[in-house]
Structure formats: structure tokens, C-alpha cells
Design a protein around this ligand. Sequence first.
Ligand code: AMP
Length: 229
Amino acid sequence: MQLILLGAPGVGKGTQAKKIMTKYDIPQISTGEILRNEVKNQSELGKKAKKIMDRGELIPDDIILEMMEKRIQQDDCRNGFILDGFPRTIPQAHGLYDLLKKFDDGPLKVIQIDVPEQEIVRRLTLRRICASCGKDYNLELNPPSPDGKCRVCNGTVIQRNDDTEETIRKRLAVYRQQTEPLVDYYRKYDHLHVINGLEPVEEVFQKIDDIISNRQKKSKEAMPEQRVR
Ligand code: AMP
């Protein structure tokens, strides 16, 4: 199964991707997480990416596509994967289409999680993350330990550099301009399912699970060969 979770930052893609990963035993591929690891390791890519990420802008498509090409060729992707935060632009969707041609792995499903912007800003300002293992927290719904440590690995829980209100607004503007066109793109090819991300996590998951287990005949074969680049 190849699944794309589409939606603005903060709609719950990461939370849902982890639940799907556990149930279906396929990896979550989060380009944001891969990039944050590069930043942590101070690699060449990490140094370059950090400045862009801190501004709330997007990493160039060619870098992201090269990164993804390597990632989805790894062994754990053989039975499929969940894409979280990728594709984020139309050229990335075209690049993904080319990469998926190498896989013969059944239907591509795209699920858009929809949440109003006001709620996104609220969620992201309350979001915290473990600097060691990456576990997500929410100061109201799911806080870290009272001493500010991660409940899983006892690492330090921090606020992401890009989760400040100013950068959140920038990221949302970038989403509207560069990523939202993917909603129509995938709708056109009949791949898209939209769900309401305001519902509780378990209910959102139930809906995703229904979509995943429902054997629909919406496959990537429906994508036309001729695309306008
Ligand atoms: P995320 O964790 O998905 O919110 O991503 C954090 C940041 O990483 C984004 O604001 C971008 O700067 C960068 N990023 C993640 N995924 C992509 C992507 N597919 N294309 C370009 N930039 C990305």
C-alpha cells in the first residue's frame, strides 16, 4: 500500500501516520523528520536545510526528490509506505509518480486531513517535540512529564524552531500557495479522500483505517502519461 497523507502542518498527519505504521507494519516516511535528523547530525544537507526550515520555507524539489528516491528503495518499503509531508509541490508529485512506476504495489491512496487555520495555529503553538526520539506532545492534550522530559525516552522536550507563531503563519501561507494545489491534482486523478481532522484522534484513525481497508480500484494506472510540467 502506498499512502499519501496530505494536509497543512499541524493537522495530525504525523500522529495518524504512526498509528497506521503500527497497525499495517509499513514505514512512515516523514521528509520533515528526515530533514530534522540531518540538521541534528550537522550534515551538509542539514546545514543548508536548517536556514530554510527556520524561515518556514520549502527545501528545493530536486533535493527532496533525491532524498526520497534513496529512502523508498530501502528494504522496509517493499510492502509499501506512508508519505507524511511529501509531496508538497506539483513538481514533487510528478517526481513521485516517476518513482512509483518502479513499484508494482497496488493502489495509491491520498488522504487529505482538513482542519481550519485558526485551530492549526492553536495546535502548533501548543506542540512540543522530544529532541532525542522525536515524539510529539501537545501541552494541553498530551503533555510531557512534569519535569519537561519525554515520557518515552526521558529526552528533553522542546518547541520546534518553526513552531513559533510568525513561522507558523509563513508555513501556512507556503502551504496554501505550493501544497494546496495538490488537492485538486489528486482529486482529478480520483485518488483523493478528505476527512475532518477536528474529530478526536481515534475517530480520525478509524476513518483512515476504513479507507485503507476498503479495496477500492483507484490505482496509479489512472494517472495519465502526459503531464504538463
Ligand atoms: P514538517 O515536519 O513536515 O512540518 O516539515 C518541516 C519543514 O521541513 C518544512 O517547513 C520544510 O521546510 C521542510 N520540508 C519537509 N518536507 C518537505 C518537502 N516535501 N518539500 C520541501 N520542504 C520540506
